[in-house]
Design a protein around this ligand. Structure first.
Ligand code: 1GP
Length: 241
């Protein structure tokens, strides 16, 4: 089987757009898993991301085990902390928060993760994670104690993404933050896309089909949505058409 990163890369090269649902273990009720994952399985979603900024110990492991039984879609950890590493997922986005200047989230959490990752067979995907100001203080900003990049400073965002690529990151993730008031602006996505050769993921504050399309048109290879699916499961249906 092709590994998850190569599949994303291939999709980018072929122009096939990818859509991930983000499940936050802190907000998700295990008792709803069957019904929710059934909707995911019957939708256009290509990946399941699992993670959050504020998740209790062991919650992620239990959730991954259940979801794994219910789907064949790739399960990718999108961890806010080392406590969210589960050996039963397929891959992990090994995030470094490039927009911030907090060493804990640039390198220290990653060092702490090494002994845990060595006990798993997870595919580790090095990811440059860039938080962009989105109209309110998001959980990522609060928990990491970093400032997001200004949404109008397209050059700073683009140069940060390019620096990530030059440092050897395999993916760039533009993040407005969960529940963001404004999604990442199209001109930012476009500018970053024009500058980097690695796949581009965009998430945060995307709630409509139109917003998804706009992100894809601007150059996102993958869009990630959490809140819109959590709040309105009819949204799965809308995406079919
Ligand atoms: C993924 O954090 C986002 O990048 C998810 O954001 O919950 O606003 O969809 P939403």
């Amino acid at each position: 089987m092709m590994n998850i990163y190569n599949h994303i890369l291939q999709a980018k090269n072929d122009g096939n757009k990818l859509l991930a649902v983000l499940i936050d273990p802190d907000k998700f009720q295990l008792k709803n898993a069957l019904q929710f994952i059934d909707k995911v399985n019957n939708s256009v979603i290509t990946h399941i991301f699992i993670g959050g900024s504020e998740v209790g110990q062991n919650v992620t492991q239990a959730l991954v085990e259940v979801i794994k039984m219910l789907t064949d879609l790739p399960i990718v950890l999108f961890p806010g902390d080392v406590t969210q590493i589960s050996k039963d997922a397929d891959a992990i986005l090994f995030l470094s928060l490039l927009s911030g200047r907090n060493p804990d989230y640039l390198i220290d959490k990653q060092v702490q993760a090494v002994p845990l990752l060595e006990k798993t067979k997870l595919e580790v995907i090095s990811t440059g994670y860039i938080l962009i100001e989105s109209g309110k203080t998001t959980a990522v900003q609060r928990v990491t104690n970093t400032l997001p990049l200004n949404r109008t400073d397209v050059d700073a965002i683009t140069n940060t993404a390019k620096a990530g690529e030059l440092l050897g990151k395999k993916l760039i993730y533009l993040e407005a933050g969960s529940g963001a008031t404004y999604e990442v602006p199209a001109e930012v996505i476009e500018s970053v896309k024009n500058k980097i050769d690695i796949p581009l993921i965009v998430g945060g504050g995307i709630r409509t089909k139109k917003q998804i399309e706009n992100a894809f048109i601007a150059g996102a290879d993958m869009v990630v949505i959490g809140t819109a699916f959590e709040e309105d499961q009819q949204f799965f249906e809308q995406l079919k058409h």
